[in-house]
Design a protein around this ligand. Structure first.
Ligand SMILES: NC(=O)c1ccc[n+]([C@@H]2O[C@H](COP(=O)([O-])OP(=O)(O)OC[C@H]3O[C@@H](n4cnc5c(N)ncnc54)[C@H](OP(=O)(O)O)[C@@H]3O)[C@@H](O)[C@H]2O)c1
Length: 179
């Protein structure tokens, strides 16, 4: 990556049966996994779908919320964008690293532009109502980090293996200029 190139990455977590969300939140309760997410995206500009945005207690400045609703009222420091590509373009203009934080359709549209995908694989069959998209060819990306930790899961009261993976895409597409 050249020194002028800003990192675009995605980050998420998925259960052993492919679920990422349940009832507007996560299908599991793993505080240390959430802390990993918060540490990893700290200081970045975020691109996020409207539902995920609404689920967040704390939203940092330079958060770009993808929504079709022109009259959407957002918290200070947040900006509505019409599309995922508009969000990526606006996030890049901040000069910060860019993280795409979901949900499903946002990952599905953003992955071609991502150099990295931080994906935690939760080794439990947590059911959900939102699935990780099937169109992301992570099996063709290089694995650049892969660490498993057993972490407390509070809804079951049992530890669960969390596999912190980082995938790297060799040739992400450049974010298109406004056409
Ligand atoms: N496990 C994880 O890592 C993870 C990560 C993120 C989210 N989640 C979970 O996943 C669930 C939410 O995800 P979700 O997939 O249902 O919703 P989402 O992507 O967060 O939000 C969907 C909304 O975003 C807007 N949107 C999405 N794609 C768009 C596009 N291409 N163009 C314009 N607008 C677009 C639309 O908003 P409008 O309706 O306003 O037009 C759409 O209704 C929650 O349960 C959340 O907790 C989990």
């Amino acid at each position: 990556m050249g020194k002028d190139e800003t990192l675009i990455a995605a980050i998420g977590a998925v259960s052993a049966i492919g679920m990422i969300g349940l009832d507007g939140w996560l299908p599991w309760d793993i505080p240390e996994e959430l802390a990993y997410f918060e540490r990893t995206v700290a200081g970045a500009a975020l691109v996020v779908g409207r539902l995920t945005y609404e689920s967040m207690d704390v939203v940092p400045v330079d958060t770009f919320v993808v929504s079709h609703h022109e009259d959407l009222v957002l918290r200070p420091g947040c900006v509505r964008v019409e599309s995922v590509v508009d969000g990526l373009r606006a996030a890049l203009r901040t000069g910060k690293p860019v993280f795409v934080i979901g949900g499903a359709l946002v990952y599905a549209a953003a992955w071609p532009y991502c150099q990295r995908f931080y994906l935690t694989r939760i080794d439990g069959e947590f059911a959900g109502d939102t699935a990780f998209p099937s169109n992301i060819p992570l099996d063709q990306w290089a694995v650049v980090a892969d660490t498993t930790r057993s972490l407390p899961e509070l809804s079951t009261g049992r530890p669960v293996d969390c596999r912190f993976m980082v995938y790297s895409q060799a040739e992400p597409l450049p974010v298109p200029d406004r056409g």
